[in-house]
Design a protein around this ligand. Sequence first.
Ligand code: GH3
Ligand code: MG
Ligand code: MG
Length: 250
Amino acid sequence: MQDIRSGNRPYVYIILLSANDRDGDIEHGFDLGADDYLCKPFKPFELRARLRVGMRILDAQKELLESRERLACQAADLEFQAAHDTLTRLWNRGGILELLKTEFSRTQRSGEPFSVCLADLDHFKRINDTYGHLAGDEVLHTAGARMNDALRGYDSLGRYGGEEFLVVLPGCTAEKAMAIAERLRRGIADQPIVLGHDAIHMTISIGVSEWQTGMEISDLLRHADVALYRAKDLGRNRVELKAAAQSSAR
Ligand code: GH3
Ligand code: MG
Ligand code: MG
């Protein structure tokens, strides 16, 4: 009986049928894991009645397990929703900042390089003004998906604000981060976003910053923001690195 009860198998309802009807035998049967006990000779109606009880118990247990599974799914859904953006399905601002914090402290322990990018769609307001807000939403969704596709598995992308994205790049030097940012930029600029009959040409500007000893998260983000503003100032559709001469102009 222990074998039947062991492991992760569905519950088996056990009715012991025995010729031993002394109190000690019955108690021993229950101790071994039986759910019910019938002594020989048994009356068929009694066995049927006891089987119905067993069915009721198994049905109730199945319902309980199903509702536990439903609750676990709902909890996982809620957890996902709390940290993700409904429009792009990417991390939301809170989610990506949390992830940044985790990666940041890991970097401080390991001493590995670490970079971030701030990316902002260029002249996005015009998209809303020309094609409407819903079309703007679709462009945002497509742009987010394209950037996500262009990243490595251990990089993370979040929607940082309206049409602004934050990319967390663990293990990346500024040079590597610039190359990834350039790939993201090309992913948007090289292929128009098609909405119905319209082919919308989008571009994105990206600011990159690399963690240096002594820098806090706020410094890292501020540097990326400064670089992003420089990319905008220098004509958009380009990648800029804070406090370095590297840039990739179009
Ligand atoms: P720049 O190149 O300087 O970044 O210009 P821009 O037009 O992209 O920037 P600006 O800050 O002037 O406008 C951003 C626009 O993004 C305005 C806002 O309505 C739009 N936006 C922000 N969030 C959403 C959104 O969720 N959906 C849509 N459709 N538009 C959004
Ligand atoms: Mg913009
Ligand atoms: Mg913006």
